[in-house]
Design a protein around this ligand. Structure first.
Ligand code: ADP
Ligand code: ADP
Length: 237
């Protein structure tokens, strides 16, 4: 079946949830995505995770990505757009997806819009988790990730049961190279310059939903879950 026909069929039989998570680095997008996957069983497409695993595997994509990631710069649009569109067109994402870390530029936003239009789909919502810059710095300086599963912890706000070890698989917890303070400041600057304009783009389309990311992870989760449940109901009516 062609991608177009598949998109059209999916549209008739189920209400799709095509969601993107927006927000500065450290806003809590990954933390929320982990919870939302359990609630809504959506395939989770996180470009940062995809790129980090390509770096670990030493693929061509990984070798290219490492240079940009270590400096806190963005990968070229055409490379990352190709990676994401392939995932969205896959069978797994037929009934919806949860995108995290993409789009990050106006160009990526346009590429996503037009790829979805081409197959008769559309975004359900852009979920913006907003936190001030000083909170980003606090969060990223204390972020630790499991080397095996990538599960995220925070030394102060969400510590593991045993220091330095993942609760789920016991593997080592490390600090991401790009979570060092100098790189964090640069990533924030890149976010404000390159990604923030997308907020207006989704506002103009009427699909932006804002969440106060300075609240606890549980409060943010309750709020997002309720919003998605309402969106789905509205879509089914
Ligand atoms: P992002 O995916 O947006 O970069 P993460 O989900 O990795 O952000 O969260 C960044 C850090 O902040 C992690 O260490 C995480 O444990 C912590 N964190 C996430 N949400 C909250 C919250 N609401 N309050 C306090 N700390 C949080
Ligand atoms: P964060 O947890 O801070 O939100 P990510 O894990 O999403 O960060 O991304 C880490 C890095 O991967 C970025 O700083 C950038 O170098 C690269 N990257 C991820 N997504 C994209 C994208 N959509 N476009 C360009 N570069 C990207």
């Amino acid at each position: 079946m062609s991608a177009t026909a598949r998109g059209a069929t999916a549209k008739k039989t189920v209400s799709e949830l095509n969601l993107i998570l927006l927000g500065p680095p450290g806003a809590g997008k990954g933390t929320q995505a982990e919870r939302l996957q359990d609630d809504f069983h959506l395939p989770y497409i996180a470009t940062g995770d995809i790129l980090r695993s390509a770096v670990r595997e030493g693929t061509q994509l990984g070798r290219q990505a490492k240079e940009y990631m270590d400096k806190g710069e963005l990968m070229p649009d055409e490379v990352i757009v190709g990676v994401v569109l392939e995932r969205i067109a896959s069978d797994e994402a037929r009934d919806g997806f949860l995108l995290d870390g993409f789009p990050r530029t106006a160009e990526q936003g346009r590429a996503l819009d037009s790829a979805l239009v081409d197959v008769g789909r559309r975004l359900t919502a852009a979920l913006l988790i907003d936190v001030p810059d000083d909170e980003v710095v606090r969060r990223l300086s204390g972020r630790r990730v499991s080397v095996k599963s990538g599960r995220v912890y925070h030394v102060e706000f969400d510590p593991p049961k045993h220091e330095g070890r993942c609760d789920v698989d016991g593997s080592r917890l490390v600090q991401r190279e790009d979570d060092k303070p100098e790189t964090v400041r640069h990533r924030l600057e890149v976010y404000h310059r390159m990604t923030e304009p997308l907020i207006k783009h989704y506002e103009d389309k009427g699909i932006l939903r804002r969440f106060d990311g300075a609240r606890s992870a549980t409060e943010v989760h309750d709020h997002i879950r309720a919003t998605i449940a309402t969106l789905r109901l509205e879509d089914e009516l």
